[in-house]
Design a protein around this ligand. Structure first.
Ligand code: NDP
Length: 483
């Protein structure tokens, strides 16, 4: 098997196997080939990982921030040096085209490690003078953090969670999605090689039950999940029972508003990036595209034309820019939404068909004349299905864009400067875009409002979610007690 790792888990600085855990196959989505066979973590492996994390965290937190940052920055350099091999593994794991993984996965993980490595030495508390008395605050780590990942960006998600957690002096036990379990093991290996103490970043494999065992363990102080809203509700509730901190990066059904005065090529390009990158499997995708009536037909014609040039096929060929869905199950779910769109009366502009063969391919799909009540306009599809909805005036578009339980992202395309900022100010979403879409640099906060999540990843904002303040009041005068 061409991507078989040394063992299923990475615990306490080394690969660990426990064949007593139920076996599961890792499948290359482009061919259906089994590329690795792993075992789910047993209670013994989970316990070992948490105990190792707890031990490592104490030593790690005792180091200076600059020393911790040096390890993270070294790991960032290693990710960049090994980008090609890591990208090939990511492509095998996810089916995403190498053209994408070469620039968006290990490189994005490296950005996070570099950024938070740089911040680590600058994390401080503050001094608050109160006359003669004073208060100082100590920024402390939370302790052992659990990271749980979705399957679309396995390297990036592992790094986006590990980098701020470790910078603040925490340790982490990470559970990747069982659909894409391979890349996080490489991140763990690299962190060890970069000088992280054994046990600081552990990877355990398994399905929801393994995640649940981690989330409910008394040794865990914080849970950071990237996943769907229903899973988020379950994990948040389980974490709350133990009063644990959480970060929830959940799903979306984000709107993009295109006004008549928008630059047509930019709008079409933004919508392509916001719907078909990673074969549509991106949480922040702008899948409800509200197009003003005056530009609609030109927009649809140009979108169909440009989608016609998508290169669908072997993800290892660097010319390919549209790969398969991550699994047969996911492809079937997405095709079910296409059927619903047709049955409920949406107009198919392009795509809509499954591509026969061993891989899990389907065509990039665009529906027009979609109404707010249709299933494809309400539910997160998490696949390459774009819905175009008509609108006439700004007020109507904003109200309809906000009429959803989700609030992850939103975008606006217009050349009217005032309108752009006015509209964005009223859209209910955490990550917004003007005349572009789906860029997520580590310097900017990323995360959702409403049902799309709690907390923020990336940027200085993430530090607040992986540390807490101890405040210390220092009395300088005699104590004045009433009796
Ligand atoms: P799921 O919600 O199905 O799973 C997410 C992770 O949670 C998986 O590792 C899963 O394990 C685990 N899990 C499932 N049940 C439990 C439980 N009870 N306790 C602890 N862990 C559990 O999401 P998908 O993997 O299908 O990913 C797609 C979803 O992720 C979409 O909704 C997408 O929008 C969202 N997403 C959000 C992002 C964001 O940053 N906002 C980014 C990327 C994706 P297993 O899969 O092994 O069962």
């Amino acid at each position: 098997m061409r991507a078989q790792p040394h063992a299923s888990h990475y615990v306490d600085g080394a690969y660990v196997e426990d064949a007593a855990g139920e076996a599961f196959d890792v499948i290359y989505p482009a061919t259906g080939e089994v590329i690795a066979r792993l075992h789910q973590a047993t209670p013994a492996v989970i316990d070992k990982a948490l105990a190792a994390a707890q031990r490592a965290q104490r030593d790690w937190a005792a180091m200076t921030g600059t020393q911790r940052g040096r390890v993270l920055r070294r790991a960032a350099d290693m990710l960049r040096d090994r980008n090609r091999a890591l990208s090939e593994l990511e492509t095998l794991d996810t089916g995403k085209p190498l053209q994408e993984t070469l620039v968006a996965d290990a490189t994005s993980g490296a950005d996070a490690l570099e950024y938070f490595g740089g911040l680590a030495g600058a994390l401080t508390g503050e001094h608050i003078q109160l006359g003669a008395d004073w208060v100082y605050t100590i920024r402390e780590p939370l302790g052992v953090c659990v990271g749980i990942g979705a399957w679309n960006y396995p390297t990036q998600i592992a790094c986006w969670k590990a980098a701020p957690a470790l910078a603040c002096g925490n340790a982490m036990v990470f559970k990747p999605s069982e659909t894409t379990p391979l890349s996080a093991l490489k991140v763990a290996e690299i962190l060890t090689e970069a000088g992280a103490p054994a046990g600081l970043f552990n990877v355990v494999q398994g399905m929801g039950a393994v995640g649940e065992a981690l989330v409910t363990d008394a040794r865990v102080a914080k849970v950071s999940l990237t996943g769907s809203v229903p899973t988020g509700r379950r994990v948040y509730a389980a974490a709350a029972a133990g009063m644990r901190h959480v970060t929830m990066e959940l799903g979306g059904k984000s709107p993009i508003l295109i006004f008549d005065d928008a630059d047509l090529e930019d709008a079409v390009g933004g919508v392509i990036l916001g719907n078909f990158y990673s074969s549509g499997q991106v949480c922040s995708n702008g899948t409800r595209v509200f197009v003003q009536k005056g530009i609609k037909e030109r927009f649809l014609a140009r979108l169909a034309e440009r989608l016609g040039t998508a290169v669908i096929g072997d993800p290892m060929d660097e010319a390919t820019n549209f790969g398969p869905q991550v699994s047969a199950r996911q492809r079937d779910i997405v095709m079910g939404f296409v059927e619903k769109g047709l049955a409920e009366g949406a107009r198919l502009i392009t795509g809509g068909k499954r591509i026969e063969g061993d891989g899990f391919f389907m065509q990039p799909t665009v529906f027009a004349d979609v109404t707010d009540q249709m299933t494809i306009a309400r539910d997160e599809i998490f696949g390459p299905v774009l819905s175009v909805l008509d609108f006439e005036d700004e007020e109507d578009a904003i109200a309809r864009a906000n009429n959803t339980e989700f609030g992850l992202s939103a975008g606006v395309f217009t050349n009217d400067l005032r309108r752009a900022h006015r509209v964005i100010a009223r859209l209910q979403a955490g990550s917004c875009f003007i005349n572009t879409y789906n860029l997520a640099p580590v310097e900017a906060p990323f995360g959702g409002t409403k049902q799309s999540g709690v907390g923020r990843e990336n940027s200085k904002a993430a530090i607040e979610h992986y540390s807490q303040f101890k405040s210390v009041y220092v009395g300088m005068d005699p104590v004045d007690a009433p009796y």
